[in-house]
Every structure is written in structure tokens, then in C-alpha cells.
Write a protein that binds this ligand. Structure first.
Ligand SMILES: [Zn+2]
Ligand SMILES: [Zn+2]
Ligand SMILES: [Zn+2]
Length: 118
């Protein structure tokens, strides 16, 4: 049997029978193919943070929403993390006026402001 390239199928006669690629170009093509498959595998279970639909595998690896509409549905104050005005820890705000990570930090912050004033 004559060896054929597993990528482009070209007849590689009279090359050795155990040769599987006709050229470095086909080796690269195969590697790219495997990489793409591995990436698709890793990305296929992500879900949109807004509608929880499965994300298309064509989306960027760090994408968090399936579409612009879903991203825009998230209030801007909730999109990123904030730094607590009292303890300095990072937290996710649930309303746009939130400046501390917790109620107790908020209370202490208010008390310290009151003290500073008077
Ligand atoms: Zn080939
Ligand atoms: Zn979505
Ligand atoms: Zn805090």
C-alpha cells in the first residue's frame, strides 16, 4: 500500500510507509486542528452570566455574556469588583451606591466620618 498524507491525502510514494504527513505544512495544519478541538472542548461548557444559555464556542475565552444584549442587561455597577471603602477588600456591588463590602464595614465607615466631622 502506498503511504498517503493523513491531512491532504496526497500520495507520498515513494516515501517510507510509516510517514503520515507529506510536508511540514500538513504537520502544522494537523497541530492547529488538534489545538482548535482542545480549545473548543474547554470552552463548550461556559454559560452566559445573564441568560445562562450555553456560550458559543467562538466567543473569547474570557467572555462572560453570550451577546451584547446580555452584557447590557447587567447594570454597570455590577459588572466589576469594587474596593471596600473601609477594609479595602474587593467585593461585588449589588446596588450602585454600595461602597463597602458589608453592612458592618458601612457602619464603621459612617461612624468614622461622623467622628471626623465633629
Ligand atoms: Zn499533506
Ligand atoms: Zn446571554
Ligand atoms: Zn469591607
Amino acid at each position: 500500500m502506498r503511504p498517503r498524507c493523513i491531512i491532504c491525502g496526497v500520495d507520498m510514494w515513494p516515501c517510507k510507509a510509516n510517514k503520515v504527513y507529506c510536508s511540514p505544512r500538513c504537520i502544522r495544519a494537523h497541530n492547529t486542528m488538534l489545538e482548535r478541538e482542545a480549545k473548543a472542548e474547554a470552552l463548550k461548557d461556559r454559560r452566559c452570566e445573564t441568560c445562562h444559555a450555553l456560550m458559543p464556542v467562538t466567543m473569547r475565552a474570557d467572555a462572560r455574556w453570550c451577546s451584547k444584549a446580555c452584557k447590557n442587561a447587567v447594570p454597570h455597577y455590577y459588572r466589576g469588583t469594587r474596593t471596600c471603602g473601609w477594609c479595602g477588600g474587593s467585593f461585588r456591588a449589588v446596588n450602585k451606591d454600595q461602597v463597602t463590602c458589608s453592612l458592618s464595614c458601612g457602619q464603621r465607615l459612617r461612624q468614622s466620618k461622623r467622628r471626623a466631622k465633629g
